[in-house]
Design a protein around this ligand. Structure first.
Ligand SMILES: [Zn+2]
Length: 236
């Protein structure tokens, strides 16, 4: 099957409309209703050629950035909205864990680790710091709002910065620690507001705006941050 000499993967599903996806390797995936004629599908693909090419380009750019992100001595890493350098110290033995020095500040660790070991170790140092930092912010706004979560956890969620369970536990993704303080606070306030409004209704957003008037700016900030986290491949 071809679309302008490009192949695509056709998946027949129970859905009622056609959808096109660009896979991570740049290939095109088409999900189509069971009985839709191939001619109709290909006609649609031909109309979408430009969209497909543009999105394949975006996927490819992101893949190239990921390959070029190396975690070398001096590489800048994002922490609380600031660029913090990575320092690999030849004086440290291979068994020394990477740590975050807040004095300098920098991420410090030994030289002789592989890229994947460095990434795992730095991810761990980030997460440890997030586990101290984020619950502290929850505490602050909990006192201000009077809403007390059942539990606060910091995990490795890939698609959400934060979430609130029906039982009132709040979960945050450790990568949130890369965001500027006010943006972290927005996510904290957002989740705390769910303890009062368990939805995204107008009254929920009014509540968020009451504690965080600039929440729309922070949502934009998070979009940019998501892109960088993706390009650097922090959450595989
Ligand atoms: Zn929400």
């Amino acid at each position: 099957m071809t679309n302008n000499k490009k192949t695509y993967h056709l998946i027949r599903t129970n859905r009622r409309t056609l959808a096109i996806y660009i896979r991570d390797n740049g290939s095109v995936e088409v999900r189509a209703p069971k009985r839709m004629p191939v001619a109709e599908i290909e006609g649609f693909l031909n109309k979408k050629t430009r969209w497909i090419t543009e999105h394949q380009q975006l996927v490819q750019n992101s893949r190239i950035k990921k390959q070029h992100f190396k975690l070398n001595n001096g590489t800048n890493l994002l922490l609380l909205g600031n660029e913090v350098p990575l320092r690999m110290d030849s004086g440290l033995s291979k068994s020394t864990s990477f740590f975050l020095s807040l004095k300098e500040p920098c991420f410090c660790g030994p030289v002789d680790l592989s890229l994947s070991e460095r990434k795992r170790e730095i991810g761990r140092a980030y997460k440890e710091y997030a586990e101290l930092f984020i619950p502290d912010r929850v505490n602050k706004y909990s006192k201000q709002t009077g809403w007390i979560p059942d539990k606060v956890r910091v995990g490795s969620a890939k698609t959400r910065w934060g979430s609130c369970s029906e039982k009132g536990s709040l979960n945050f993704s450790w990568v949130l620690i890369m965001a500027p303080l006010e943006t972290i606070d927005y996510v904290v306030i957002h989740e705390l507001c769910h303890l009062s409004e368990f939805n995204h209704s107008k009254s929920f957003w009014n509540l968020v705006a009451q504690y965080c008037p600039e929440y729309k700016r922070h949502q934009k900030e998070l979009k940019g941050l998501a892109k960088r986290i993706e390009d650097e491949g922090w959450l595989p």
